[in-house]
Design a protein around this ligand. Structure first.
Ligand SMILES: [Zn+2]
Length: 347
């Protein structure tokens, strides 16, 4: 048994939205360079975080509460933390880095650089990034009546092949930027540093609830970001097997005219994709247009079968998207990439 997981990591909205975009784009646009590169960035971030999740899940102490992918408000700002571990003695923010290659960290200039093909690329100082989250979190906690709990930060390198050269051999850096493999050691070190209980069980419970309740996941809009409009998108339901469109409604079922696949729930995917890409609500009229059907009765039955919360009456009735954590996680996409980061042994 490892630490208690309060919130398991689900795919963030951005990753789900890019997956939806690949399904919705006409095939000739699917490999658009900027879309592919943004998708890969989101995917690498998510994969890196899952590798660190796995390492954290094998940490033997049970008094750690782990929160993943939190985004909280410290007005007028929002701040996001990849992983937060909460104990009654201290809090630790983990900032997870998934880049691969050789990097130089300059603790005097506060700069992280990488040389690729003779060009120097410079990145934000990950230690300062984590420190910024820490000061936001300190203010957020103060708003919740918590003033005295120590907050530590660790920048965790997700992939063992990544090399960070600490060019001034600054001893602090070795405790601030760490490899995933040494995560347990550093958590042990922090445990030793903070032996005193600060939070009562009741306070710990209050903060845990507030962290979950006040989490406001970011909604990204890849359509707007990449200038994608309706003319670039398919119409109707794509076949889950061969991606031909549209599937035809046939006796409470959907049938692909090309490969004859039958899928009675084929509409669910496209309604979820609509929520991810367009807006988090749907009406009977929008549903008919999405599914390319004429009958309001059929659309009503379909929406009803998905148990979506709704409000309003008759023609004005609007139905709402489930929360982002409740979206299907295992959706396939009609594109393949060679992904050198992919590791199979996650669970
Ligand atoms: Zn098909």
């Amino acid at each position: 048994m490892g630490p208690i997981t309060v919130k398991s990591r689900k795919k963030p909205h951005a990753l789900l939205a890019y997956e939806a975009l690949f399904r919705q784009l006409l095939s000739q646009y699917r490999y658009h360079k900027s879309i592919v590169s943004e998708y890969k960035r989101e995917k690498a971030g998510y994969d890196g975080e899952r590798h660190v999740d796995y390492k954290l899940s094998t940490y033997p102490r049970k008094d750690f509460f782990i929160f993943r992918g939190l985004r909280l408000a410290n007005p007028p700002f929002h701040f996001q933390m990849d992983t937060l571990s909460l104990t009654r003695r201290f809090i630790c923010i983990l900032e997870i880095k998934n880049q691969q290659g050789v990097f130089k960290y300059d603790s005097k200039q506060r700069q992280l650089t990488q040389e690729i093909d003779g060009k120097i690329i410079s990145y934000k100082d990950p230690i300062l990034q984590a420190e910024a989250q820490k000061s936001h979190l300190r203010e957020w906690l103060a708003m919740h009546g918590i003033f005295n709990i120590p907050i530590e930060t660790l920048v965790v390198i997700a992939y063992p092949s990544t090399i960070i050269e600490n060019i001034h051999d600054d001893p602090d850096v070795y405790n601030k930027i760490i490899h995933r493999e040494s995560l347990h050691e550093h958590l042990d070190r922090l445990n030793g540093k903070y032996p005193d209980t600060i939070l009562t069980n009741a306070k710990l419970k209050n903060i845990s609830h507030a962290l979950v309740d006040e989490n406001t996941p970011l909604r990204t809009n890849p359509l707007e970001l990449h200038g994608v409009s309706d003319k670039h998108l398919i119409k109707g339901i794509p076949c889950p097997t061969c991606y031909s469109t549209p599937m035809k409604r046939l006796y409470r079922n959907w049938k692909c005219p090309a490969c004859l696949t039958l899928d009675p729930k084929a509409h669910e995917r496209i309604i979820f994709d609509h929520f991810l890409l367009h807006q988090p609500t749907i009406t009977n009229k929008i549903c008919r247009s999405l599914l390319q059907i004429d009958s309001p009765k059929t659309a009503y039955a379909i929406i009803k079968s998905m148990n979506l919360p709704g409000s309003g009456n008759n023609r004005g009735r609007v139905y709402y998207s489930p929360s982002i954590d409740e979206f299907p996680q295992n959706s396939s996409i009609p594109v393949t990439f060679h992904n050198p980061f992919e590791k199979k042994n996650l669970e």
